[in-house]
Design a protein around this ligand. Structure first.
Ligand SMILES: [Zn+2]
Length: 273
């Protein structure tokens, strides 16, 4: 932003000199466009660090992975995913929507009892995801605090990580996360796993061909607008995914365990179970 102001001042000054006036217009336009592109990258690329730190992988050579599930819990698909995780003794991290957690408290309790982490994915997860980061800080803070509160009420711990809807960020969002001591979390590999968009086989291939030591895998245990006929592809793909990755030598950890592998000193597990 400072560069844009600086160039604007230069353009105003040079506009008084006829030979420089035309060039200053080009400089201004180019700088404006490049700044707009930079801000767009910061907002819309989930792992971009323009507005602050984003945890997108563990800094480790050890063959560990973090499985994460967004948007749940869902009364039909989440229990199936929990059954599979229990069968293979795999811990996962669930970035839950607060109002879904409020509606399915028994699933949050089950996640906790079975050794999974429950983290913040906002209270409302608004459909107008691009608008959410543009809200006033007070409104954003209320939303994140409300999600923190229901997780705390159901588990006894306070979330230490937040993943924003669609990974869209803003300066205000990052500031609120920092104030609430929430580490903003991105991902290393994702499957774009909406029903009809990707088959379980494609999901398996996409994830297994892209993982690396310390990767955070993004899946969904609930799909927006999900009907009972359309389970998330992750439900079907998960057993093969776990078996394939374990056969490749990987083991699974939670996000807070993976964060312990990063060199960022401010990332700490703040849970007090
Ligand atoms: Zn989401």
């Amino acid at each position: 932003m400072h560069s844009l102001i600086f160039v604007s001042l230069v353009a105003m000054f040079t506009s008084s000199v006829p030979l420089l006036a035309e060039a200053s217009v080009y400089v201004f336009v180019i700088t404006f466009i490049s700044n707009a592109m930079l801000v767009s990258w910061g907002m819309f690329f989930p792992n971009s660090q323009l507005f602050g730190y984003v945890l997108s992988r563990g800094d480790t050579e050890r063959p560990v992975l973090a499985l994460t599930f967004d948007d749940g819990p869902h009364p039909r698909s989440t229990p199936q995913i929990l059954d599979i995780l229990a069968r293979y003794h795999v811990p996962a991290t669930f970035f839950v929507i607060g109002q879904n957690a409020f509606g399915q408290p028994q699933l949050i309790e089950r996640m906790k009892n079975e050794g999974h982490e429950i983290e913040n994915h906002t209270w409302e997860h608004p459909f107008s995801q691009a608008v959410f980061p543009l809200h006033h800080k007070r409104r954003i803070r209320q939303d994140l605090e409300k999600c923190n509160a229901i997780i705390n009420e159901l588990t006894g711990w306070t979330p230490a990580f937040v993943r924003f809807p669609a990974g869209i960020k803003s300066i205000a969002l990052m500031e609120v996360a920092s104030e609430l001591k929430l580490t903003v979390t991105g991902f290393s590999v994702r499957a774009f796993d909406s029903p009809g968009r990707i088959s379980p086989d494609q999901l398996l291939e996409r994830i297994t061909s892209r993982v690396f030591p310390g990767a955070i895998i993004l899946l969904h245990d609930r799909i927006m607008g999900q009907t009972n006929d359309a389970l998330p592809p992750a439900v079907q793909a998960l057993p093969d995914l776990i078996v394939t990755l374990q056969a490749a030598g990987y083991s699974f950890v939670t996000v807070s365990q993976l964060a312990a592998h990063t060199t960022r000193s401010t990332v700490e597990c703040q849970k007090s179970q």
